[in-house]
Design a protein around this ligand. Structure first.
Ligand SMILES: *Cc1c(COP(=O)(O)O)cnc(C)c1O
Length: 381
């Protein structure tokens, strides 16, 4: 089955009892047994909820995985993956991941005895020289936020297999529509469903998908034990949203390609550089074409200084000034003051996250309107 068919039908079979074509919101915390010791397979709402089960089936199908787990946020999903490890374990992580990933690993999991190395995971040699006897996991985000640096997922899975590491990819930026890490040999894929998967900026959520029965069993245990599960209503929202994921992603991609090219071609004097994997000038454009089926809706622009970033920011009319990304509405974010405040200045400047960097989440509006908004704002610099 192809992507849109799966998105619309996986987990969305009509309700057995009534034929309802939409999965009902099972707002229940517990389930009655038919008799002593005789249940219908449902016991308690943290452990299992039918709306959540359907969402998990849907998300697993979209990532070509066997097992899906929904969480109350992307960070809860990341936490669950981190909890697969224990005291004394070492993890190699992409250096410019989502700011919250840096925070949970460094400020929470390090206290519990885990060790992290933050490196440019696009460099195979660097990964190999960072391996320690206690390295257990390699955690990558590709493309990264907000520098849009890519990591070769087949290379990561080969290194992970050779050294018996668990490989993890945060696939939030591409969504399963454009990139399927499990198909490239990665063990675990995770998403903040808050972003493209839900796509309507009205719910916080996360998910983890794997095809490994062993990892799935541990994740199921962690999900139930920690209890960071989404509400049945939020599961319903996300399940509704994936039905249009293909349509939305195609539009995000189409708009972003036009906008990135326009800025690069006609506003050279206003910017230092535009970062977008779909541009031929992107240093990893060839890799982008190899492992992704599109380039997504995220564009980062280095405007040279904080002063320029502020001018651009305040002149935008359609792009809302907000954290987050992946919704149908276009957003603009200033990572240094908004999403990446937790990353120390020396750390972020190492990978080019400067004060003048702004990040666009290109939405599904009419491209002409978005272009006019951007041209006008660049004109103010
Ligand atoms: C937003 C985001 C997260 C965290 O997800 P929440 O739903 O906000 O907890 C993790 N990774 C990436 C790439 C993100 O963009």
């Amino acid at each position: 089955m192809k992507f849109s068919t799966k998105a619309i039908h996986a987990g969305n079979e009509p309700d057995k009892e009534t034929g309802a074509v939409n999965v009902p919101i099972y707002a229940t915390s517990t389930y009655a047994d038919e008799a002593f010791g005789v249940s219908k397979g449902y016991d308690y709402g943290r452990t299992i909820n039918p709306t959540r089960v359907r969402l998990e089936e849907n998300l697993a199908a979209l990532e070509n995985g066997k097992f899906g787990f929904a969480f109350s946020s992307g960070m809860a999903a990341t936490h669950a993956v981190g909890t697969l490890l224990g005291k004394g374990d070492h993890v190699i992580v992409s250096q410019n991941v989502y700011g919250g990933t840096y925070r949970i690993f460094e400020k929470i999991m390090r206290k519990l005895g885990l060790d992290f190395s933050w490196i440019d995971t696009s460099e195979e040699k660097l990964i190999k020289s960072t391996l320690k006897p206690n390295t257990k996991m390699i955690f990558v985000e590709t493309p990264t936020n907000p520098m849009l640096t890519l990591t070769d997922l087949e290379m990561i899975s080969a290194v992970a297999k050779a050294h018996k590491l668990i490989s993890v990819c945060d696939n939030t930026f591409m969504s399963p529509y454009f990139q399927n890490p499990l198909d490239m040999g990665i063990d675990i894929v995770l998403h903040s469903t808050t972003k493209y998967i839900n796509g309507h900026s009205d719910a916080i959520g996360g998910c983890v998908i794997t095809s490994s029965p062993d990892i799935a069993e541990q994740l199921k245990f962690i999900q139930n034990s920690v209890g960071a599960v989404p509400s049945p209503f939020d599961c319903y929202l996300v399940l509704r949203s994936t039905k249009t994921l293909a349509l939305r992603m195609a539009r995000h991609n189409e708009n972003a390609i036009i906008i990135a090219n326009e800025i690069e071609k006609n506003f050279k004097d206003k910017i230092v550089r535009v970062m977008y994997p779909g541009l031929e000038s992107h240093p990893q454009h060839a890799l982008a074409k190899k492992q992704m089926r599109g380039f997504g809706g995220m564009i980062s622009i280095d405007l040279g200084s904080l002063e320029n970033a502020v001018k651009f920011f305040n002149a935008l009319k359609i792009f809302s000034r907000a954290e987050s990304l992946g919704g149908v509405e276009s957003l603009v974010c200033h990572p240094v003051s908004m999403t990446h405040g937790a990353v120390p200045k020396e750390e972020r400047e190492k990978f080019g996250l400067t004060d003048g960097l702004v990040r666009l989440s290109v939405g599904c509006e009419d491209c002409e309107d978005l272009l006019e908004d951007i041209k006008n704002a660049l004109g103010k610099i």
